[in-house]
Design a protein around this ligand. Structure first.
Ligand SMILES: Cc1cc2nc3c(=O)[nH]c(=O)nc-3n(C[C@H](O)[C@H](O)[C@H](O)COP(=O)(O)OP(=O)(O)OC[C@H]3O[C@@H](n4cnc5c(N)ncnc54)[C@H](O)[C@@H]3O)c2cc1C
Length: 431
């Protein structure tokens, strides 16, 4: 009888080093077959066949594949529904166990539940590990054992737990000789999985030490290259959150705070999955949004006549990234100046952001719309002009993204600020 093997299922942890699930699989005493699935249940939801993230994802998988050649191994790349794929793999290979790292999005939890049940039916073990966050939701609780819904006390408890025992790394690379040896398999082309080239090129992340060391000084100015641009790499796990947080803990407390927000929102999504479709604060489900489609199109296209908003939307449309300060301004503008449902904006960001994460996107949109946990109070309405004067005083950012700024070709403001402010206050007061 052929030797039993175990599967390691890569998802949002696309690296060989400091990967806990992989480390556990490699320590199992059985040879490990690495697996990646282009999940059609996720891909079919993407609105455009030209999606930079899918293109980049395939490039990352291809690199991983090349790295595995060094160990005379290769990754099993599949395209389809995970349940059907596992069913087939179970009939093709003598599999003893499936190892993977946990994902906290409701869709992923449901999928993993089904795969775990399928494994159980075949008498195959299913093991999952914490690898994507420093602390999972139930690890950071109030003294009464409840989840935190306010960031500041959460972050205090988080930091104390981290000092007490959160600092760990897992040396998966030294165990890579335990991978199955096999000939390199064919890596699909982007067209084979139903998508098109976007021209986007993946580059390995190099830590921008200088940027991180002066993060607190520059992070709020979109005209300056002052933030880490690490979001995409955390999304796909090409960098390890444990290594990133260890660096932040040593070198920049303000940057660490931002990384703690990521854990915070991941926990909120895990504990309160209703936030995917509803307001965290129930009463705001009654808000009477205006939802004007034409105005929404203007916002998406960066044609509102508010330069800081338009520069942000154009940056997003052109590059798949937008500066955090401007994400807050554009989101606030959509919900408050235009009274458009935060879910519309959330979905638009989700379709464009390279660093898109359901938990952080949802949490921040609900923050900006004042419907979320620990959100900005509804009566605090960003004034786009003051924001612009404060954070882009010499107009570097605006001019970079709006070439026609200052000419007749640039649109007039689509709505008057004072009028819009009053209208938003009225809408919120009604609930
Ligand atoms: C409306 C809106 C939508 C957003 N959508 C996303 C999203 O889909 N994915 C995402 O990762 N971030 C999102 N953010 C948070 C933040 O804007 C980005 O994480 C940040 O701009 C990414 O740039 P960076 O990697 O250079 O971050 P840095 O400023 O260098 O921060 C480092 C990392 O910390 C984490 N982080 C920073 N700020 C936040 C925050 N407010 N909430 C949660 N994590 C944070 C991210 O992982 C980020 O990459 C959103 C913010 C707003 C206001």
């Amino acid at each position: 009888m052929a030797q039993q093997i175990v599967l390691f299922w890569f998802r949002r942890d696309l690296r060989l080093h400091d990967n806990l699930g992989l480390c556990e699989a490699l320590s199992s005493g059985k040879k490990v077959l690495p697996l990646f699935i282009f999940d059609t249940e996720i891909l079919n939801l993407l609105p455009d066949t030209k999606d930079r993230r899918v293109d980049l994802l395939l490039q990352i998988i291809t690199r991983l594949h090349t790295e595995l050649k060094t160990y005379k191994s290769s990754i099993q790349i599949e395209h389809g529904k995970p349940e059907e794929i596992f069913q087939r793999l179970f009939s093709q290979h003598p599999i003893a166990a499936v190892y993977t790292n946990r994902d906290y999005e409701p869709f992923a939890k449901e999928r993993d539940k089904k795969i775990a049940q399928l494994c159980a039916k075949h008498h195959i073990a299913f093991h999952s590990y914490k690898n994507q966050v420093i602390f999972e939701s139930e690890e950071i609780l109030t003294q009464q054992g409840n989840p935190y819904t306010v960031y500041t006390p959460y972050s205090r408890t988080w930091r104390s737990a981290y000092e007490k025992g959160g600092k760990q790394n897992f040396d998966s690379t030294r165990l890579l000789h335990n991978l199955t040896h096999r000939a390199p398999q064919k890596v699909p082309k982007i067209q084979d999985i139903g998508f098109q080239d976007t021209g986007e090129k993946y580059t390995k992340y190099t830590f921008p030490k200088e940027i991180i060391h002066s993060y607190e000084k520059n992070r709020d100015f979109p005209g300056i290259d002052g933030t880490s641009k690490i979001g995409f790499h955390l999304r796909f796990g090409t960098v390890s959150i444990r290594e990133v947080v260890a660096y932040a803990n040593k070198h920049n407390a303000v940057w660490l705070q931002e990384l703690i927000w990521r854990d915070f929102f991941s926990g909120i999504l895990d504990t309160f999955p209703h936030v995917v479709h509803s307001c965290f604060k129930d009463k705001y489900n009654e808000l009477n949004w205006r939802n004007n489609e034409e105005e929404f199109e203007q916002w998406c296209a960066g044609q509102t006549g508010y330069p800081i908003v338009d520069a942000g939307m154009r940056e997003l449309n052109a590059s798949g990234w937008m500066h955090n300060r401007v994400r807050m301004i554009t989101a606030s503008f959509l919900c408050k100046h235009l009274c458009i449902d935060w879910r519309w904006g959330e979905a638009y960001f989700a379709s464009k952001l390279l660093d898109y994460e359901l938990a952080s996107n949802n949490g921040n949109w609900q923050w900006a719309a004042s419907t979320g946990c620990d959100a900005v109070p509804y009566f605090r309405i960003f004034n786009p002009y003051t924001q612009q004067q404060k954070f882009d005083p010499d107009e570097t950012y605006i001019r970079r993204h709006i070439p026609e700024y200052g000419t007749n070709a640039y649109p007039k403001p689509m709505v008057d600020h004072t009028f819009a402010r009053k209208r938003a206050l009225q809408m919120y007061k009604e609930v």
